[in-house]
Design a protein around this ligand. Structure first.
Ligand code: GLU
Length: 483
């Protein structure tokens, strides 16, 4: 009956073996890690996403493996315009371009890699095949219940004071006969495919998490939806199919997925496919009063990656900082290897925090000052220019008017011992160095309450005179420091 049911529901789906044959083993060296960053394009890019992507990128690149960007866009209702472009562009801006998946190629977003497509909405046929196999083996079944029926079920369960959800004895559609399914299909009723979870007493899920060690989690008994009525999969089916086909061997993801891990373990077992090693990452959190809480998309501007660009943090500083909270061994390594590129840091999942990765802007600021202090005069000017061109038209104009002068101005005091570290972010440049530029200086006098009566005003002339002399002196000092 199961195979007939599978053929009835998925008449044209290929067999899973045929699909597996199109995704051969990668033939990488022993120990090479294949990782994936798998965001859903449903909002702004969170700093926690860059944190995970950086860990994925580093582990793949340190081991001669592959870093994949997979776009998980199966929840089409929650999608947001531009979110996908933002993901690709921010990864590129952080130097975390994927080896496979969507990347910026010759200035435009394009897909690369032989294990695609890397956008889930383009992989319907694949998910259909996996769902079909699960139905054929009795591990899944079609369910035709409407939203209203599910709501009514929930009310009955609440009254009965029992666990809510579609499961075991409450899952009416588990018992549908072939003829009943046929009839509903003929009537055009929409359906979903649900897993037939073992009930009662499902086996515990036991896994060795690369961060948390051995985990034993109560087994899943809920008949979760695997394929929705629009033919697209839920995360649970998609993640299993894709990680297998793409050869992912370290599935690094947020700890919010620990709860559904037992379902994923069941699906791997049901499909007879090898599981990757999982690593469940603790969320980035901050202290508020005496309490700790996750960095919130709504409350904390620093949760949004755009914040770091608008403030003008050097990319290098943000990455160094994220590594600092990711791996307790990083700070010591950095002090012994001040010049080494980050990719040389032997990152260890075992050293990662298991409850919360504490975020502290003060620490980021101090790293940022150090990073900026290490820039050459040219690199410093270039970075300030790049920031100003995008975020501060005034500063950009002043700098471009005379680049040599601008270079001297932004580098002033850097030759001192100890060097001045007055820039934490590029946006500080306007405050710290703007007064070297006439227009800015005049404006800040105005901001401070000076009235500019007329050029004939004696006080005004004195002020301007003073400025001009001072400007010449500082310009000379700046050039000395630089040359
Ligand atoms: N699309 C999921 C998310 O954005 C990805 C989880 C995973 O990495 O497996 O949370």
């Amino acid at each position: 009956m199961s195979q007939d049911l599978a053929d009835l529901l998925f008449p044209s789906s290929p067999r899973v073996e045929a699909i597996l044959a199109q995704y051969p083993a990668r033939g990488l060296a022993q120990g090479a890690l294949v990782t994936r960053f798998a965001p859903s394009p449903t909002g702004f890019v969170h700093i926690g996403s860059i944190y995970i992507a950086m860990i994925d990128w580093l582990l793949a690149h340190q081991t001669g493996g592959v870093f994949i960007l997979r776009i998980e866009d199966t929840d089409q209702k929650r999608q947001i315009e531009r979110a996908l472009e933002d993901i690709v562009q921010y990864l590129a801006a952080f130097g975390l371009d994927p080896d496979e998946g969507l990347a910026i190629v010759d200035g435009a977003i394009a897909e690369r890699g032989a294990y695609g497509p890397y956008v889930q909405s383009e992989r319907r046929t694949i998910y259909g095949a996996f769902a079909k196999q699960l139905v054929a083996s009795g591990w899944a079944y079609p369910s035709f219940q409407t939203e209203e029926e599910l709501l009514a079920l929930r009310r009955r369960q609440e009254l009965a004071n029992t666990g809510t959800g579609y499961y075991g004895p409450w899952a009416e559609d588990r018992g549908l006969t072939f003829a009943e399914v046929q009839e509903k299909l003929a009537g055009g009723q929409p359906f979903v495919i649900r897993v037939r979870a073992p009930y009662p007493n499902p086996e515990k899920a036991v896994i060795d998490d690369a961060i948390r060690g051995r985990l034993e989690i109560p087994g899943n008994e809920i008949d979760h939806v695997l394929l929705k009525s629009d033919g697209l999969p839920t995360y649970h089916l998609a993640v299993v199919a894709d990680d297998v086909l793409m050869g992912v061997n370290r599935a690094i993801r947020g700890e919010e997925w620990l709860g559904t891990l037992p379902l994923h373990v069941q699906l791997y077992q049901a499909l007879g496919l090898p599981m990757p090693i999982f690593a469940h990452i603790a969320p980035i959190a901050k202290t508020e009063g005496n309490a700790k809480r996750k960095l919130s998309k709504r409350k904390d501007p620093e949760a949004n990656v755009a914040y770091y660009f608008a403030q003008g943090y050097p990319i290098q500083a943000v990455l160094e900082y994220l590594l600092n909270i990711a791996d307790s061994g990083f700070e010591d390594w950095r002090s012994k290897n001040p010049e080494s590129p980050l990719v040389e840091y032997p990152l260890s999942l075992r050293r990662m925090p298991v409850s919360m990765a504490m975020f502290d802007l003060q620490k980021l600021n101090s790293i940022s000052r150090e990073v900026i202090a290490g820039y050459s005069p040219d690199a410093l000017l270039q970075q300030v220019l790049t920031w100003a061109d995008e975020y501060s038209p005034d500063l950009s104009r002043w700098l471009h008017a005379d680049l040599d002068y601008a270079r001297a101005a932004v580098n002033i005091g850097r030759g001192d011992t100890p060097p001045r570290k007055d820039l934490t972010v590029w946006s500080d440049a306007e405050r710290e160095h703007g007064y070297f530029f006439d227009e800015c200086f005049a404006r800040s006098l105005a901001d401070e309450g000076y009235k500019f009566p007329s050029l004939a005003d004696a006080d005004m002339l004195l002020i301007l005179d003073y400025c001009l002399q001072d400007m010449a002196a500082v310009e000379q000092k700046g050039k000395d420091a630089w040359l």
